[in-house]
Design a protein around this ligand. Sequence first.
Ligand code: 6PG
Length: 225
Amino acid sequence: MRPHWNLFHDADEVAWAAAEIIGEMARHAIEQRGRFTLVLAGGSTPMAAYRLLREQAQEWSRWAFFFGDERCLPPFHPERNSVMAREALLDHLPLASHQVHEIPAELGPEKGAARYEPLVRNARPFDLVLLGLGEDGHTASLFPGQTHPPDRLVVPVHDAPKPPPERVSLNYGALAACRGLLFLVTGRAKRHALAEWRRGRPIPASRIPVSFRPEVLVDEAAWSE
Ligand code: 6PG
């Protein structure tokens, strides 16, 4: 489904809007179902939104956090998505350890993916999946030109063009098993990928088979006329 494009002046405004949307969806999900399951995006773009989110008054005990992908690095390595998310958000919240489901990517791509698969299988559908966009159109750790068996929910990734080469990623189908899908896209470096997406070119970010229109929050620097 073609997304809704939401254009903002700059990355700060994108972060504000993202934190507001996540907070609102959480309140709604908790009201409806008593809990909120969120798949966190990696990379650097979501950090500002995570910092704003932690300031909100939320029933944090009813949240469950998952990851869309992880880099095969030791647990406390500064380049891990889990370390970024902990520093920007999770370590500032009153959470019990069972509420945070890190991908055990330190085990390597195959073992890490196999260990995370049953968790994802049981957690679906997620209330909200957050994703970024890479300069080549990748999202999570699903890269152009790389294929994965469609029946796998979580896949090992090798030779990723963005370092580190070894990763674990939720597959397209798992990312689509959600009630909401929100992309955060900021900065000039994303212009080409975003333009490809808007032209309807099949980039990984456009291939998540949801039955509704995903929301893309984008700033002017990434949006080219
Ligand atoms: C990762 C991410 C990846 C990221 C994009 C955008 O582990 O690298 O999951 O998919 O979202 O590469 O990265 P930036 O937000 O840093 O530009």
